[in-house]
Design a protein around this ligand. Sequence first.
Ligand code: PMP
Ligand code: GLN
Length: 376
Amino acid sequence: IKRKHSGSDLTIFSEMSALALKYNAVNLSQGFPDYDIDDRLKKLLCEGTEKNFNQYAPMAGLPILVENLSEFNLKRKISVSKENITVSPGASYAIYTALAAILGPGDEVIVLEPCYDSYVPSIEVNGGIPVYVKLKDNFEIDFDALKQAISLKTKAIIVNSPHNPSGKVWRKEDWDQLANLISNTDIILISDEVYDLLTYGERRFYSAFQHPVLKEKCFSIFSFGKMFHITGWKVGYVLASEELSRAYRRVHQYLSFSVNAPAQYAIAKYLEIFDAEENSKFMQQKRDFFIESFKELPFTFTEKAEAGYFQIMSYGNISEKPEKEFAVWLTEQAKVATIPISAFYHEPSDSGKIRFCFAKREETILKAVEHLKEFL
Ligand code: PMP
Ligand code: GLN
């Protein structure tokens, strides 16, 4: 069968998690929590099925979830009506579906590298051509390079704030600059905002769908996987203008059609009691615990992650191996699995950096430190 995309046959996340399992290594690679989820969420999932939310939900989302999402977003000054919200089976699906809804053969889509590994395959499977622009060394946006990359064939730009793998959060001025670049074009913005609720620094989350200009031109994509630490539930949602939502649903109704109904019920009810501030404090403590525990090790970093699940670290003091080789070696020998940053680039790249997931129990982090101390 002819290949439809230039991505790997097995994602780096599956590969490193499998390697961790094989070598009995502490898995700080793929981004998923190993701590328990809120008991109330578990109960609500049971309640969903007991209350008979067991058949197809409406295509755009369970009404109670759509309603609670507009209230939740209004509280953080993102104004949405039900025409703007479509519930999706996760964020990767939503990115794929948004691309499927808008791309024609040969359309160009700009991605900012390093970027999440699903973007490029999703562009290519839908007949688009990825155009690559590198973020600066500090993961800020290079607007000159972005401007240069825009052509008459540019159909969309995919952006990601808070950013995976760096945790960088865009400022309002970044969004303004992007709006200036595309305001007089038909370019559509696909804005991956899955780490919206997990910010730790001064830069607060700002959504593309909050921006007066970008609001009309974007798909803002969210995931409850990261919001509520339930990556296995695979539920998220998309905010878009009425026109873009219609285009999205035109495709969505023939892909998954609708999304797991008891999970939608549970998430809707959980939104009513959820404390976003406490949630981000909980994760910030995890980040700080990770950084504190790694202090005695020879890894270095330039900036603490401002958001998300991950901390990038340099290993120049330890080895000159290329990133992938180093990550495999560390898994096999030191029994700690991580993700090489090169996996977020389409061309071979190597800056001696790996990504650690800190969404883990303290004992897991301490075990990783113990292994590393023994070995390094
Ligand atoms: N985008 C980014 C930046 C991610 O890190 C992830 C993984 N959580 C996704 C999208 C995919 O999210 P989901 O599991 O909801 O498909
Ligand atoms: N988002 C997760 C990460 O960056 C991975 C999800 C996946 O395995 N595709 O680690």
